[in-house]
Write a protein that binds this ligand. Structure first.
Ligand code: ADP
Ligand code: 5GP
Length: 204
């Protein structure tokens, strides 16, 4: 069976990654999203084990010690990481996986899993980014400043990504991410060519 595809989605806080990923997951079959672990506190409405595995620093560091993360990073002062186990199992089973992670984490994944597909979500402007973070109502002034301060640094890493999607009109952005996923699912690689030819040969 063919391995699943790994899609890595990054972009500044407030660009709309979470919103886009949710819609993509609702619309696509055979694709799953990894639930990250974090030491950040839950926002109102966030559910443990659904949005994140919310843990304390000791538990997070314990899993680091057990080499349990595919990647992890300190983002805006908290630790975030992708538990390795589920992601690798799903890929093995031919299930596609989305990771919604920051640039530091994405670069770690790129080193260990270069066949991943790296997608960067951009806001239409910094002004709009500010409005979206404010509109979400989840950040303190300090956390908001920290997120905006990092935005430019993150955008400067865009050359490391395969695709970029500007999230101005939400519907258009969702369709573009879905189009990228579809195109990548149809992409041929050498191993697959052989399998396809053999499958038709067997039938003859
Ligand atoms: P991220 O996951 O990148 O931090 P979110 O998905 O939480 O960002 O989006 C930040 C805020 O912007 C949310 O309140 C969301 O509803 C809103 N949002 C997302 N996409 C758009 C869009 N295209 N136009 C207007 N608002 C949007
Ligand atoms: P938030 O606190 O807004 O949910 O997420 C803050 C940032 O952490 C976002 O850029 C998000 O993509 C990133 N993030 C979420 N989960 C992970 C993860 O598992 N690993 C890494 N490296 N970043 C993550």
């Amino acid at each position: 069976m063919a391995q699943g595809k790994l899609f890595v989605i990054s972009g500044p806080s407030g660009a709309g990654k979470g919103t886009i990923c949710k819609e993509v997951l609702d619309a696509e079959r055979n694709i799953r999203m990894s639930v990250s672990m974090t030491t950040r506190s839950p926002r109102e409405g966030e559910v443990d084990k659904v949005h994140y595995h919310f843990v304390d620093r000791d538990s997070f560091e314990k899993l680091i010690g057990e080499d349990g993360f595919m990647e992890y990073a300190n983002v805006y002062g908290n630790l975030y990481g992708t538990p390795r186990k589920n992601v690798l199992e799903w890929l093995e089973q031919g299930i596609d996986v989305i990771l919604e992670i920051d640039v530091q984490g994405a670069m770690q994944v790129k080193r260990s899993y270069p066949e991943g597909v790296f997608i960067f979500i951009l806001p239409p402007s910094i002004e709009e980014l500010k409005n979206r973070i404010k509109g979400r109502g989840s950040e303190t002034e300090e956390s908001m400043a920290r997120r905006l301060g990092t935005a430019l640094q993150e955008i400067a890493s865009i050359d490391q990504y395969d695709y970029r999607v500007i999230n101005e009109d939400l519907e258009t952005a969702i369709n573009r991410v879905r189009a990228i996923i579809t195109a990548e699912q149809c992409k041929l690689n050498g191993e697959e060519v052989e399998r396809i030819v053999n499958r038709y040969k067997e039938e003859l």
